[in-house]
Each structure stands twice: as structure tokens, then as C-alpha cells.
Design a protein around this ligand. Structure first.
Ligand code: UDX
Length: 433
């Protein structure tokens, strides 16, 4: 199929490359010239495992091209809109300016019978509003949320765990076109749910709200554990054995960040307020607050371990990305904590396998170094804040040789406390004695 993908960020670039991988003829479109130049040269503009390989194969096959010229969308049968919907500064609501701009630019290049497919995460009601504009051109609209996780984006796109199509009632042509796009996943038995626009839009934010709630639930238990001497990691293991609860997404630590969970729960609350059902989602306010409190807790632990004041103290921060296998620092707890400690006068040396450049753009004041050992040289305390494999596998004995004092705060509860203590470290986890 001929497919256009408008927006080549984390979502769109991966989607475009994966659609070409599936055999479609794809044009990726973005207004960012630098990004398009990189993609057109076959380079991924951000770190995502597996993306360079699919990009390379797509470019070599001749089925994948990139441009800044939206008129090149014409001739495609299906047009995916995958632009960002960030949080409006100073508000909880999602900023729809990129979605609106993409649709208005795309409209004049649509032909009768084309299908426009929204993938961006939008406030419920957006698709119904945009459908009218699209239908005036003779094209139709579907909303097809994605659930890809950074770090696993290629796999999640090629083999999704479910497909959700929000379509106008009775729009069989839209369903047939999407079935053709996702023929490989459908042949593999992937569950496919056909529904209305509002449900499709809500599926996405509901899923993210649930995941955020699950993480904040266990982080709330961590707070209680801290007040009682209990161990939240053992608590999570024990409740996780109940299949109704499940152990995944029950890792207590510095909390969630990234380009989706934080802004999606806030945008969802803002939209619910507009719809007069704000009370139904008021618990998400607590979910957000619990999450943010964990960052402060780490700062307080550092102050405590450093004798009541971090000013002038050397602190090593291992990990800056909001999670491992990503260079994304949007709303990253790790980077936030590093910057807060720096703000309190600490001498903060930070490192991350992939996220140094993205971090430096936001917080140039931190001291960026290339390895955990360099960061920890002469440090008064070490903070592990993103659980990259290379940090999880640090040897407490060898690593301890270079530090000023053996104090570690494990912000992700991924280290073996017994082993680190045996090597002479003061070990502090979150929600652990
Ligand atoms: C998320 C959703 O998982 C995905 O389905 C959606 O499409 C986009 O948002 P992503 O932002 O890539 O994906 O990250 P995810 O793996 O969900 O992790 C989110 C955050 O939660 C990370 O900061 C992670 O460190 C944190 N987290 C996750 C925890 O603190 N504890 C856990 O148990 C799990």
C-alpha cells in the first residue's frame, strides 16, 4: 500500500520504518528539516534499539522515503498522523496545535476514498471534530491509537498486542484498509477491536492512566513501607503472585516519567474537567502527586546520608533517561533529581549510556561524564536513578575502589542490598529497610 506518515518523532519515525518493513511504500513527512535530513540519510534521530536496522532496510528497498513537503502525501491511500501532543506549559491540557496544523496541511492533498488515520494521543472528542473536515474532502477518518513502549518500539509496532480501530459507524472501507495495512499482525492472530472514535481515543489514555496508577500504587506502598520498616520489593513480589494483580509495573522507585504517562494523565484530567466528570478522575491527581513525591524522597535521602546538607558535596548520578534503552529525558525523574541536587549546591556528576546529549540541552549546568566510574570518582554518594543493565551489573567491590565514600541510593531497587552492604556500602533503597 502507499502510505504517508505525518510526524516523524518517536512514534512516527518508527511507524514509517516499520510500515516499509512490512512491505508498504512509505513517505515520512515532518516540518523539522534537521530530523528529515537525518532520516533521509538513513540515520535514526534518537536512540531506539532496532530502529537503525529497519530504517536501513527500508531505505535500501526504495520503499521508504522522507520529505518536508506535505504535498508528497498525495497519492497515498492511507495517511497516518503521528505528531506530538505535549502538555501546554502552565496547564494540564494537551496541546493540539501540531495535530490541527497537520490536518489542515494534509486536507488539500487528500483524494476521494483516502483514509486518514490518527495515531496521536488526543483528548476524547478530537476525532469527531476532525472527521468532519476530512469527510468534506471525500476521504474518511479512523483513530488507531498505538501502545508502543520506547526501547521496544520496533517490536511493539511490528507485532502489537492488540489493534484498535475507531471508525465512523459502518465504515467498512476504513476497516478493510487498516486490515490491509496490518495484514501481517492480523494473520498472526493479533486481537483487533473495531469501535467508535470516542472509545478508541479513551482506550489509549485509559491504558496509560491504569499503568501510571499501578506504579503510583506501589510507590504509595513504598511510602508506607518506609514508615514501618517493611520491604516494598517483597510486598510487590507477594501481591504480584495473585494473577489478578500481576507483578509487572509494580517496581517501586523514583517513579514514572517520559513523553507519555505524565502528560497523558494530566491531559486526561483536564479533558474530564471540561466534560463535567472531573471527579471521576480526581484520583489521578494523587497518582501524579505520589509520583512526584518520590523524587523529593530521593533528594531527602541524599541530604540525610550526606549529613544534613548537600552543598559542596560530590554526588554521582547514574542514569538520566526516563527509563533504560532510551535517550529520552522528557519528564525524567533521574534528570529532575540531578538538577534539584545541583540547585541545592551539590557538585553533581552525571552519566548515561545514551542520554547525555539530550540531557545537556535541558540542564547544561550538570557535569557530564562518560562512565559510572568517572561520575563516582571521589563521590560522597552515588545515586542509581535509571536501571541500565551496565549499572545494575556494577560490582560493588571494584566500583567502590574509586568512590570517596561507599554510599549508594538505589532509586530503582535493582541492586542486591545484601551484596552491596557486604562490600562495605551504606545502601538505601526506596521503600526498603
Ligand atoms: C508508555 C506505555 O507503556 C505505552 O504503552 C504507551 O504507548 C506510551 O507510554 P513508555 O513511556 O515508553 O510507554 O514507558 P513505560 O515502559 O511504560 O515506562 C514509563 C515509566 O514508568 C518509566 O519512567 C519507567 O521507569 C516507570 N516504571 C515502569 C516504574 O517506575 N515502575 C514500573 O514498574 C514500570
Amino acid at each position: 500500500m502507499r502510505i504517508s506518515v505525518i510526524g516523524c518523532g518517536y512514534l512516527g519515525a518508527v511507524h514509517a520504518a516499520c510500515m516499509a518493513e512490512l512491505g508498504h511504500d512509505v513517505i515520512g513527512i515532518d516540518i523539522d528539516e534537521h530530523k528529515i535530513a537525518q532520516l533521509a540519510a538513513g540515520r535514526a534521530p534518537f536512540f531506539e534499539p532496532g530502529l537503525p536496522e529497519v530504517l536501513e532496510r527500508g531505505m535500501a528497498s526504495g520503499r521508504l522515503r522522507f520529505t518536508t513537503d506535505i504535498s508528497e502525501a498525495s497519492g497515498s491511500a492511507v495517511h497516518f498522523v503521528a505528531v506530538g501532543t505535549p502538555q501546554i506549559p502552565g496547564s494540564d491540557a494537551a496541546d493540539l496545535r501540531y495535530v490541527d496544523a497537520s490536518f489542515s496541511a494534509l486536507l488539500e492533498h487528500l483524494s476521494d476514498g483516502d483514509l486518514v488515520v490518527g495515531k496521536s494521543t488526543v483528548p476524547v472528542g478530537t476525532a469527531a471534530r476532525l472527521a468532519e473536515l476530512v469527510e468534506n474532502t471525500g476521504a474518511s477518518l479512523a483513530w488507531n491509537p498505538e501502545f508502543l513502549r520506547e526501547g521496544f518500539a520496533v517490536g511493539d509496532t511490528l507485532t502489537p498486542d492488540r489493534l484498535v480501530y475507531g471508525v465512523r459507524a459502518g465504515d467498512d472501507a476504513a476497516v478493510a484498509a487498516l486490515d490491509e495495512v496490518y495484514a501481517a499482525a492480523i494473520a498472526a492472530g493479533t486481537p483487533r477491536l473495531v469501535t467508535d472514535y470516542a472509545t478508541a481515543e479513551l482506550v489509549k489514555v485509559a491504558a496509560n492512566a491504569f499503568l501510571a496508577t499501578k506504579i503510583s500504587f506501589i510507590n504509595a506502598m513504598a511510602e508506607v513501607a518506609e514508615a514501618t520498616g517493611a520491604d516494598v520489593t517483597q510486598l510487590a513480589d507477594a501481591i504480584g503472585h495473585d494473577a489478578r494483580i500481576g507483578r509487572r509495573f509494580l517496581n517501586a522507585g523514583v517513579g514514572f516519567g517520559g513523553g507519555c504517562l505524565p502528560k497523558d494523565i494530566r491531559g486526561f484530567m483536564a479533558r474530564a474537567d471540561e466534560l463535567g466528570v472531573g471527579e471521576s478522575l480526581s484520583f489521578l491527581r494523587d497518582v501524579d502527586a505520589i509520583n512526584l513525591r518520590r523524587r523529593e524522597r530521593v533528594v531527602q535521602l541524599a541530604i540525610e546520608e550526606l549529613g544534613g546538607d548537600v552543598e559542596g558535596k560530590r554526588i554521582a548520578v547514574l542514569g538520566l533517561a526516563f527509563k533504560p534503552d532510551s535517550d529520552d529525558v522528557r519528564d525524567s525523574p533521574a534528570l529532575d533529581i540531578a538538577a534539584r541536587l545541583r540547585g541545592l549546591g551539590a557538585l553533581v556528576s552525571v552519566t548515561d549510556p545514551e542520554a547525555i546529549e539530550t540531557s545537556r540541552r535541558v540542564h547544561p549546568e550538570l557535569n557530564y561524564v562518560g562512565s559510572a566510574e568517572e561520575a563516582a570518582a571521589d563521590a560522597d554518594a552515588v545515586l542509581l536513578l535509571t536501571e541500565w543493565r551496565q549499572f545494575r551489573e556494577l560490582d560493588p567491590e571494584a566500583f567502590g575502589a574509586g568512590v570517596g565514600s561507599r554510599v549508594i541510593i538505589d532509586g530503582r531497587n535493582v541492586l542486591d542490598a545484601t551484596r552491596w552492604r557486604a562490600a562495605g556500602w551504606t545502601y538505601r533503597g526506596l521503600g526498603r529497610p
